[in-house]
Design a protein around this ligand. Structure first.
Ligand SMILES: *[C@@H]1O[C@H](CO)[C@@H](O)[C@H](O)[C@H]1NC(C)=O
Ligand SMILES: *[C@@H]1O[C@H](CO)[C@@H](O)[C@H](O)[C@H]1NC(C)=O
Ligand SMILES: *[C@@H]1O[C@H](CO)[C@@H](O)[C@H](O)[C@H]1NC(C)=O
Ligand SMILES: *[C@@H]1O[C@H](CO)[C@@H](O)[C@H](O)[C@H]1NC(C)=O
Ligand SMILES: *[C@@H]1O[C@H](CO)[C@@H](O)[C@H](O)[C@H]1NC(C)=O
Ligand SMILES: *[C@@H]1O[C@H](CO)[C@@H](O)[C@H](O)[C@H]1NC(C)=O
Ligand SMILES: *[C@@H]1O[C@H](CO)[C@@H](O)[C@H](O)[C@H]1NC(C)=O
Ligand SMILES: *[C@@H]1O[C@H](CO)[C@@H](O)[C@H](O)[C@H]1NC(C)=O
Length: 689
């Protein structure tokens, strides 16, 4: 009995200690360097019209080169899209607790056109939301407006660089620390420092804004940089302006970082050319459970935990014994096995598979965004739906194939998790989401630029070529479409979702599925409706659909000008000699006509109703790179004939017969995809599902 009590108090102690550790939260670090800027940054920043990203800079108010903008009476904001958690706990918790810290530095160029009087100012801003207040031009610097200025509910802190004297300003060349309004908490004229924010002629200033969340101290440093692309000058030893400031008193717990600016009767260009941002912020974790457990009582909980651990261990042992022998065993011996994740870790990473973290949903399951705090790693977790009868097969098919594919334009598999009949795959997180989101976002969002579209297409083509040819075991993707093309942080395309892919057996170009053609309408080649079989040629057809979609900015199934399908309309324009009319209207004239024509013709060639007439991936890559001319596309879309005249066997001559059995790299594990093919596997699935 005495021993039990000792154990018990030890357990209580351990538990309390654990609580203490958990509540003394570790901060996460966000650290990025941005600039020179280009259109890819539209995906990273919220650019509030009329702000733009152009000429390698964040133009917080539009520059004179942007047609259609009147330079006067503008305001704009450009903010990093994600908010950061600045402190832990709620309003009632102590003001003494540390808040988030940040260091930021940015290179600015505030330019007065034609050496006229400049106006009005640029500000570094921490804001409660991404919205630009209406009528925030002129003295309001894009921060507030006549109604809201000075109101505590703005939850706003800013460092302003003001170039126009209002009656409440010291002069027309000062820096100020603003809280909830444009009447600064503190200002400092820059003239004594020999700094003119908007001088005659271009000048570049590097600004540092440092905030220490323990000391609760903000300081601003400024140094001139000789050239726009030159080296960053050293940070001056003394600050120009500083203040004791507890961000918690003013800001929202979750706040956004960025810039705002305005012009008035007088104008200036408000350009940010480089931006470094480092934030030590609080990780996003819901801690209400902590309070609940404390309220219920630590001892009861400890007992429960002790009990649960015992039972859990017992059941786990049983289950492991049952399961490991088949699926998990097979997975563990995968060559070059990606790592196994603990379900708890994935649950924590996705905030218990919170709806808010949902990235998308497909026929095979739901994809969540996650964050592995320990490794500071963002991930995408695909949870296979249990309802899906073939869940296990799908899981294995995907794992089998993806695990062995390595290509810079394929989404990388990081690992897997199989527990309690739950199947999950963990992928690299693609910060820019899928292509369709960028093509078909709201009308007011800047469309993808031309060079980016071209780059995306080239990436997809090279990934497809790899799948079809370069990988030892030929693979058809089977479900190529815009929503399966992911974009990484550089907007390089990565093919994802091999859930439908099947490794081809030697000597066959296709894999017949009992359940018929999966995939998505508009991307499916006509012959597939007859054969129920996906082939390399049907992948090429889908690639053609993606090509047209990307160039035209319209979905393959779009009904347009009386045509049922996008491809029919494009073919009509081709016949009419007006092919370029098909190019996405939102690009205006900002595309390369020769490239657009090339891609459109290639798209049509890939959409040929006869499978064998479609180009191969090798040719596709050469055409995109411009080394080979585009094949002749007939003025009328050829009719679809079934069975296709001459050859229905889909060009089996092109198949290289590399034998898998000769590849020794996997034989040592005694496991290869054939061993785990559906036929061999059905016997085991009962014990798994
Ligand atoms: C745009 O900027 C990003 C990040 O600085 C860079 O990686 C990319 O190559 C640039 N893209 C273009 C088209 O210039
Ligand atoms: C810009 O707007 C102002 C006032 O709204 C107007 O006086 C001025 O003529 C406009 N300038 C141009 C170039 O349209
Ligand atoms: C900011 O810089 C100071 C001094 O270089 C450093 O001690 C501090 O850790 C930095 N803070 C952040 C958030 O990077
Ligand atoms: C951003 O950080 C990098 C690396 O520390 C540095 O080279 C660069 O000068 C910094 N840029 C600015 C604008 O401070
Ligand atoms: C100021 O902005 C608020 C919303 O942020 C808006 O409701 C109000 O009408 C604006 N005031 C003026 C004068 O435009
Ligand atoms: C501040 O804003 C809130 C909410 O927008 C409003 O209810 C309040 O009256 C405003 N206070 C002042 C002093 O204008
Ligand atoms: C500003 O420039 C003047 C003249 O070039 C010089 O005498 C003065 O020392 C400078 N002041 C500072 C703070 O650098
Ligand atoms: C606006 O600026 C012009 C000169 O550019 C000046 O003549 C005019 O008085 C200014 N108007 C106001 C309202 O300040």
């Amino acid at each position: 009995m005495g021993e039990l009590t000792a154990n018990f108090s030890a357990a209580v102690f351990v538990f309390c200690f654990y609580l203490a550790i958990v509540s003394a939260q570790k901060l996460d670090t966000f650290s990025r360097e941005y600039g020179p800027f280009n259109e890819t940054h539209y995906a990273i920043f919220e650019v509030e019209t009329p702000a733009t990203i152009s000429n390698k800079a964040l133009q917080v108010t539009p520059d004179s080169a942007s047609a259609g903008f009147n330079m006067t009476y503008n305001s704009g904001r450009i903010l990093y899209k994600q908010p950061f958690k600045l402190w832990e706990g709620d309003i009632s918790s102590s003001r003494e607790n540390p808040v988030a810290s940040f260091n930021t530095s940015f290179l600015i160029n505030v330019y007065r056109p034609k050496n006229e009087t400049p106006g009005e100012g640029l500000a570094f801003l921490i804001a409660a939301d991404l919205n630009l207040p209406p009528n925030s031009y002129g003295e309001f610097l894009g921060l507030t407006n006549a109604t809201t200025d000075g109101n505590d509910s703005n939850h706003l802190v800013a460092v302003e660089f003001d170039t126009f004297k209002q009656d409440f300003d010291p002069d027309d060349n000062h820096v100020g620390i603003d809280i909830n309004g444009v009447r600064s908490l503190r200002t400092e004229s820059l003239t004594p420092f020999n700094i003119t924010i908007a001088p005659k002629g271009p000048k570049f200033y590097n600004v540092w804004v440092d905030y220490d969340g323990v000391e609760k101290f903000l300081a601003v440093y400024i140094a001139e940089q000789a050239e726009q692309t030159g080296p960053t000058p050293p940070k001056p030893s003394s600050s120009i302006i500083s203040a004791n400031l507890n961000l918690r008193d003013h800001l929202n717990q979750y706040s956004y970082f960025g810039f705002s600016a305005s012009t008035g009767n007088f104008t200036q260009l408000n350009c940010v050319l480089r931006w470094n941002l480092t934030i030590h912020y609080f990780p996003d974790q819901n801690h209400t459970w902590l309070k609940i457990t404390l309220g219920v009582g630590v001892p009861i909980l400890v007992l429960l935990i002790m009990g649960a651990v015992g039972f859990g261990y017992y059941f786990r042992k049983r289950r492991m014994a049952h399961c490991n022998s088949n699926l998990a065993g097979a997975l563990k011996s995968l060559p070059g096995t990606p790592r196994e994740f603990k379900f708890m870790d994935l649950k924590r990473a996705t905030n218990s598979f919170d709806e808010k973290n949902k990235l998308g949903q497909g026929g095979y399951g739901v994809v969540y965004k996650g964050f592995l705090a320990k490794e500071n790693l963002e991930i995408a977790v695909k949870w296979f739906s249990r309802e899906s009868i073939k869940g296990q097969d799908d899981f294995l098919a995907e794992l089998t194939i993806i695990n062995r594919l390595r290509h810079k334009h394929l989404v990388k598999l990081l690992g897997w998790c199989h527990k309690n009949r739950k199947l999950l795959l963990v992928y690299e997180y693609m910060p820019n989401g899928s292509l369709d989101k960028h093509l078909f976002s709201e009308p007011n969002i800047e469309p993808l630029g031309w060079s980016l579209r071209y780059k995306i297409v080239s990436g997809v083509a090279s990934a497809l070529h790899y799948l079809h040819n370069e990988y030892e075991q030929r693979v058809v993707h089977r479900d190529l479409k815009a929503s399966n093309i992911m974009l990484d942080s550089n907007f390089d395309s990565r093919l994802g979702d091999f859930g439908l892919a099947r490794a081809l057996d030697n000597g066959k170009t296709s894999y017949a599925e009992a359940e018929g053609v999966l995939g998505t309408m508009g991307y499916i080649a006509p012959e597939c409706f007859h054969t129920g079989t996906a082939t390399q040629q049907s992948d090429v057809f889908a690639f053609g659909a993606v090509l047209l979609e990307l160039v035209c900015g319209l979905r393959p199934g779009t009904r347009i000008a009386g045509f049922q399908l996008l491809v029919d309309w494009v073919w009509f324009l081709h016949r009419d000699g007006r092919l370029l009319d098909a190019v996405d209207q939102r690009l205006y004239d900002e595309f390369v006509a020769e490239e657009a024509e090339r891609l459109l013709l290639l798209g049509l060639a890939c959409s040929h109703p006869t499978a064998s007439e479609r180009p191969k991936t090798q040719a596709i890559i050469q055409i995109i790179s411009g080394t080979v001319p585009v094949p002749n596309v007939p003025p009328f879309k050829p009719a679809f004939v079934w069975p296709a005249a001459g050859h229905t066997d889909l060009d089996s001559s092109s198949v290289k017969t590399t034998s898998i059995t000769t590849s020794t790299s996997h034989s040592s594990s005694g496991w290869s995809p054939q061993d785990l093919s559906r036929e061999n596997y059905t016997g085991n699935t009962d014990s798994l599902v």
